[in-house]
Every structure is written in C-alpha cells, then in structure tokens.
Design a protein around this ligand. Sequence first.
Ligand SMILES: [Zn+2]
Length: 349
Amino acid sequence: MVESNGFLVCPECHCGEFEHTTDIVVGYPMPLREQLKSEMVCENCGRRYPVTIDDIPLLWSDSLRSIYMRDGLEPNFVHPSERDVKVANIRFYDEVSEEYIEEVHVNQTFRGRFLQAIQIATNQPLEVHLDVGCGPGNILDLTAGFAQTRIGIDISLRALRIAKERYKPTVILGDANRLPIKDNACSLVTASSVLHHLYDPSAFLREAHRVLQVGGGLVTDCDPNRVAADFSALGRLLYSLRLPVYRCLSVFTRRFFGHRDHNLQRYNALAEYHNKPGSGFGADELEEQLRACGLDVVLVHIHNMNEPVIVESSVVSFDVKHAILQLLSLRSPWCRSNGTTILTVSRRS
Ligand SMILES: [Zn+2]
C-alpha cells in the first residue's frame, strides 16, 4: 500500500482519487518494468501511475513520464531544454546518490543553519514536511524527531530508494514543477540545493505556495549568489581548471565523487543548470520571485556555506576557495553581499 494517500493528487489534473490495480497495462521499458507491482489510475483523467515493488509511487508529470518511457535518452548539452536538464539530473543522481548522502550537507554546520531556518519559517507544530528534490534524504532526516509526516519528492528513483531505506519517510517520484500533492497540505516545504537545478525555478515556487497551508513556511538554501558567481576572466580560467584537477582527486577521495569520469562531469554541469560562472540568483531578484508567487518573504540571507548560524552581520565568514575567486574578480571576500550562497525563508499568509 502507498502511504500518505490523503496528500497525493494526480500531478496533471489534481484529482485526489485513485483506483489501485495490479493489472499493469502500460508497456513500461525495461529495467523499469521489472521493478513495478501495480498502477494507480486517476479517477478523473485516467492517467496511470506505476508503483514500484518497494511502494514508491511514480506520480510523474507528463514531461517526466516521457523521459522515463524512453530509457537511454541522452540530453542535448549544447542547447539544453527543460527536458534535457531533467534528464541530466536523473542520470547524475541515479549514479552518485550513495556517495552524495555521505558527503554532502550532512555536517553539523549545515544542519544547524537549516534547522534554524525551519524554526524561523514556521512556528506551527510540524504536521507535514515536504522536501522537494530530496535526493537521498539528508533534509528529511533533520525533521525526523518532530514532523508527524515527512514526504520526499525527487526525479531520481535511486535517490528515493536510499532515502526510504535510510530515513523511513514517504517518498514519491515526482516533478518539482508539478507536485503530486494536494492544495494546502503542508506545514513546511523545503528545497535545499534545488532551485539552481530547475530550468524554471518560479514554476516550483508557485507549486510550493499552492501546497502550503496558511502560516506554513518555505525554506530554500544552497543556491548560488549571482554576485559571487560573476568571475573575472582569470577567475573563470581558474574555475575551468578545477575539472581535470577534481577528476584526478576523485581517484583518491570520495569527496569528488561527481567528477570520477568525463560523462558524469557533463551530467553534473548540466544538472547544476543555474550554478556556473556568470549565472546564479540575485538576492533581490529571488525575493521578487518569491513575492510574485504569493509568498511573504521573511528572510533572504547570503552566506558562505561554512556558517553554522544565521547572523545579521555585514561580514561573511572566511572561505579559502571563495576568497581566491573573489579577490581575482576584484571583490572583497569578506563582504556579505559577495557571499557564495543564498538562503531564503518565506511564508504563506
Ligand atoms: Zn488526473
């Protein structure tokens, strides 16, 4: 049985009624087909959503479905479309999620800051925490002690399996831009290191607003600050040289897991769609986007990833790699507005 059925809706028509059947009539491609045990059929539009043998419903949008129905599809790296960015994210995180859960966003610095942001986001008891782009589950682990229901959504089935096994939340394969979640169902929505992976982050922000209850909060973190990503020519050269260096280092340490071969580096670069030199998010612009999606912005905070708490200070903590790139780009590495990363807290009123 798929848990949390009360929260689930068809991502395309938003109907919450499904018929469950073990007659799988759709010709899903292998190896996906052998991992399925049943289908959920939307009672309104008739779309059929498969459920895996380990109870993960694939409540995909039509566009995500079309990717899964064509196994082995390669993205266009030169002129990527929204679909290509999704393909790259699926390929990369299907491949590296085991390492990701050990190496990324698990340190106490990150956890402390993120928990503080959650406390700022919502002062209500945490009934439903939805983590979008949950990957292997590191954010869902943070609310294990106090959220009544934890739901993780991601487009990588491999990442969802690890999250489910390790942290026991409800996990759903779904699209951030078309959440398979009922209106007003969530007290907290989190998206860590997610906005920059989305072709159109605003589409997700509108969805976050839709699924939040009144008084519920949204926390985003670990998205690149455009100011800090605007490198000089020398900064860009240094940045591009890191690829072969990281690839060599990946032989010796798991920390550089995303660089262990050329293809993985290409998937990673495309998956990190808004995280490259000259790209990223402007703090003001992100605040504007949140407001345009109907959210009340509580906080837009720039930091350097190595700060364990959210502090109001114009000086940002010191980080060597960041400092070198900022100095080469003739900016102060100490000025908070030049920090690498943006965290936001907003609320639905
Ligand atoms: Zn439907």
